[in-house]
Design a protein around this ligand. Sequence first.
Ligand SMILES: C[S@@+](CC[C@H](N)C(=O)[O-])C[C@H]1O[C@@H](n2cnc3c(N)ncnc32)[C@H](O)[C@@H]1O
Length: 237
Amino acid sequence: MFSKSANYYDDIYASIDKDYSVETKKLQKFIQKHKKSGGHKLLDVACGTGTHANLLNQHYHVEGIDLDSKMLSVARKKYPGIKFHHGDMLDFTLNHKFDVITCLFSSIGYVRTKSNLAKAIRNMAGHLLPGGVLLVEPWFSSDQWNVGHIHMTVVNRDDLKIARMSRSSRRGNISMIEFQYLIGTSKKIEYTTETHKLGLFSHKDYLDAFETAGLKTTHDAKGLDGRGLYIGTKSVE
Ligand SMILES: C[S@@+](CC[C@H](N)C(=O)[O-])C[C@H]1O[C@@H](n2cnc3c(N)ncnc32)[C@H](O)[C@@H]1O
């Protein structure tokens, strides 16, 4: 996934002004509205380089989990005070439960299939305390996905130059993005590529997955950054 670009992930998203701080403030409002449990334990699933986890740590006792060890190394280096686990959202098992579980920036799409979507949501819901809340920022749906879209992101600092070009394609209900990177530092200029494959799920697929996992579910069309947000609360009993 991000194993070839993990060290530059933060630089790339800073260059397009992804505002983790504003997103976290919005997230905090959704959590306050929907959380019915009394505690403050939060797990950020697919936490990446840990930026949301660190901001959320001002309000909660936060842990993170991610499948990509390179992303986790960046997160651990940046935030040594936060516990980051290595695990797959499909089947991770932690020996404790949480008041809040988040899965942000469309990371859920990486599970690719509808049966995996149900499995991941069920696994996350299983780690919620009674009254706890699960918040998932979805990936694009089938009708929102444009094939042949080309895009370029540029980091243009004195000490770092990156040109990341991407092209979208599709195979059935799997969206694909081919990334090609040119990364220049004072030591060398590197070229590398990554192909990302994410499932195109419908609104109904998300709702079914949440409801089958036993969560009382609502959807906010805007969410944190226009991608929408699914919010499921576990019953208090
Ligand atoms: C777009 S990044 C988002 C990272 C972070 N949440 C953020 O907002 O910057 C997607 C993340 O999902 C992680 N990921 C993909 N599939 C996963 C899985 N099955 N279980 C856990 N993490 C996964 C990737 O390693 C990557 O860190």
